[in-house]
Design a protein around this ligand. Structure first.
Ligand code: ATP
Ligand code: MG
Length: 583
């Protein structure tokens, strides 16, 4: 039951320090995984020969926004189960609401699923079933199990009752089957205005489950639909479409999030009354993550009100945002596998996702040098006009990673923070009298600096030891610090975008007031002239690197042939956790 233990760790009340959780993950990843509750159900079904031992799942997004990390867990789950049990997984767009749905979203969803590494067996649309659903509705009317109601939305709400009081019957509930058939057909033919009539299931206005108190099946909406165009002016409610869509596709295990648990009896009621394929629904807990919001409605607000640059802004918890930020699909899949599934709502520390991203990037990215906040270093005893090419190892984690040439010369860019005129004892970087190694090059001895009138340091000076050349060091010296650098004459310039949490608080949806009040005003910082190794200037959008000592970065799609733009994917260490510990 290692998944269960992990949830305890992740659950807010018990949330441990991310580093602790990470060490736990390391331990659990190497262990044999036990079955989660859905796998247990499926294996029992296979053993019992239910539906001939067939496993058929589906991922059913509503195309009203871009996919986020919560959807990614559902995708990994549905496609993952189908794969594990040699079954099938459909992609079904739940597009019964013409008001909010768009083709742009359909395309982005398909693109994101493929990028995550999954391929569906059938691409389907609930709107493909509009004719069938209409026939189902007619069949229920004919059985005396549905009626056309002239009540307004307010009247219907007022007669619903409550958890402690029964509802009351609509005055239109006893219409004859013939009248209902006629009225429903007229609704379809456009005789009535929006809201003038609805079709309701005739179940029980005193049912303990409020969802079964004569729920709506159809509403009138004179609206264009992204696929059926102007063909329909009545649309099925989600609750009248979802269960039957599963049934039409003969889905064996219909997996959804917990908020639908009370809808299950309604889906089953429709399926039983219609005598159609008995799909079964199973619920798991919705995934939430710290320092972000997950609902599409809220994400849409962030986009529409320009708090972010778009759905794929690298700070967004969307699949497209994470892709643009440089998160590898494999790391996201690992994250989803690691957190597994739960039956209780919980909030996962974003540090965990970042941990998975770092793990992957550590193994796969080349180490390169980039100076984000430059100051000039002059090697005063190095010949003017001379250039040497050093071979730098691309990735110490990858024996086949190869090397690349980096030019060295008398004048270099180094990080401003790597020099202190008056340094404390344990400062192992450049300070007058200190000795450090320039990565892949020479050991240098700092001799001082030059300042302008305002006191700002404009140049740092050092001398080098020719016999300390990296890979052929005969100096016999050991130094405590190594710093990165870029040759000024050879450097290319790039823009770097540094990202931080989009929100200042762990759970913005759970705070007082509007969630947008908790947006972190400093979540994006742009550095417009960062110096990078010349070799790196050839990198193309999507490529990922480690800027030594600075973090993992990837080339953004905003890059031009003149200037690359890098996004910081993640820092090298969990600096955020450190900060929190400091208080
Ligand atoms: P949102 O509130 O973000 O719009 P939704 O549930 O309305 O979410 P859908 O497009 O209906 O979004 O979801 C498609 C599938 O993804 C559903 O099966 C849903 O249960 C699942 N899903 C959505 N959000 C999450 C989440 N945070 N964690 C796990 N699964 C999710
Ligand atoms: Mg939904």
């Amino acid at each position: 039951m290692q998944n269960f233990n992990l949830f305890k760790l992740i659950h807010p009340e018990k949330r441990a320090h991310p580093a602790y959780i990470c060490s736990k993950i390391h331990n659990t990843m190497s262990e044999e995984k036990s079955l989660n509750f859905l796998e247990e159900i499926i294996e029992n079904d296979i053993a019992a020969g239910t539906h001939g031992g067939r496993v058929h799942t589906r991922f059913p997004p509503e195309p009203n926004g871009y996919l986020h990390i919560g959807h990614a867990t559902s995708i990994c789950l549905n496609f993952g189960l189908a794969k594990k049990y040699n079954g099938k997984c459909n992609l079904r767009f739940d597009d019964t609401n013409p008001t909010t749905e768009e083709t742009e979203y359909v395309e982005s969803i398909k693109n994101d699923i493929r990028w995550l590494g999954f391929e569906w067996d059938n691409e389907l649309y609930a709107s493909d079933y509009f004719d069938k659903l209409y026939d189902f509705a007619v069949a229920l009317i004919q059985k005396g199990l549905a009626y056309v109601d002239d009540s307004t939305a307010e009247e219907i709400a007022a007669t619903k009752g409550s958890t402690i009081a029964p509802g009351s019957n609509s005055p239109y509930r006893s219409r004859s089957i013939e009248e209902n058939l006629l009225l429903f057909e007229e609704m379809r033919n456009g005789k009535y205005k929006d809201g003038e009539k609805t079709l309701r299931a005739k179940i029980d206005m005193a049912h303990p489950n409020l969802l079964l108190r004569d729920p709506l099946m159809y509403r009138i909406k004179h609206e264009h639909h992204h696929r059926t165009g102007g063909k329909w002016c009545i649309y099925p409610m989600y609750d009248f479409a979802h269960g039957q869509s599963d049934s039409i596709e003969e889905i064996t295990h219909s997996i959804c999030t917990l908020e639908f648990i009370h809808h299950r009896p309604l889906y089953n009621w429709f399926i039983e009354q219609l005598g159609i394929f008995p799909s079964r629904q199973y619920e798991f807990a919705r995934r939430n993550m710290t320092y972000t919001v997950m609902s599409k409605r809220k994400l849409l607000q962030l986009v529409n009100e320009n708090h972010v640059s778009g759905w794929d802004d690298p700070r967004m918890p969307t699949v497209s945002g994470m892709r643009r930020r440089g998160y590898p699909a494999e790391a996201i899949r690992n994250f989803c596998d690691t957190i597994g599934i739960a039956k209780r709502e919980n909030i996962v520390d974003v540090g965990l996702l970042e941990f998975c991203v770092r793990e992957h990037l550590n193994k796969t990215t080349n180490r390169v040098m980039a100076v984000l906040d430059p100051v000039k270093l002059v090697i005063t005893n190095y010949p003017e006009g001379q250039t040497e090419l050093f071979d730098a190892e691309n990735n110490p984690e990858d024996p086949n990673g190869g090397t690349r040439p980096i030019p060295f010369s008398r004048e270099l860019w180094i990080e401003r923070e790597d020099f202190l005129e008056e340094a404390p004892k344990k400062f192992f970087r450049l300070a007058p009298g200190n000795t450090v190694r320039l990565k892949s090059a020479y050991i240098v001895n700092c001799t001082g600096c030059i300042k302008d009138e305002s006191g700002k340091i404009t140049e740092v000076h050092a001398t080098y030891l020719p016999e300390s050349k990296s890979g052929n060091d005969t100096s016999g010296l050991t130094v405590k610090g190594t710093i990165h650098w870029v040759s000024i004459a050879h450097a290319a310039t790039a823009e770097v975008r540094l990202y931080d949490r989009l929100f200042r608080v762990e759970d913005p949806s759970n705070e007082d007031g509007d969630f947008k009040e908790y947006i972190n005003p400093d979540s994006k910082q742009i550095l417009s002239s960062v110096f990078i190794e010349p070799e790196l200037a050839k990198a193309t959008p999507g490529s990922r690197v480690q800027f030594m000592r600075k973090g993992y970065f990837c080339v953004d799609t905003d890059s031009t042939s003149n200037k690359l733009v890098f996004n910081r994917t993640v820092t090298l260490k969990d600096a955020w956790a450190k900060e929190q510990r400091r208080g």
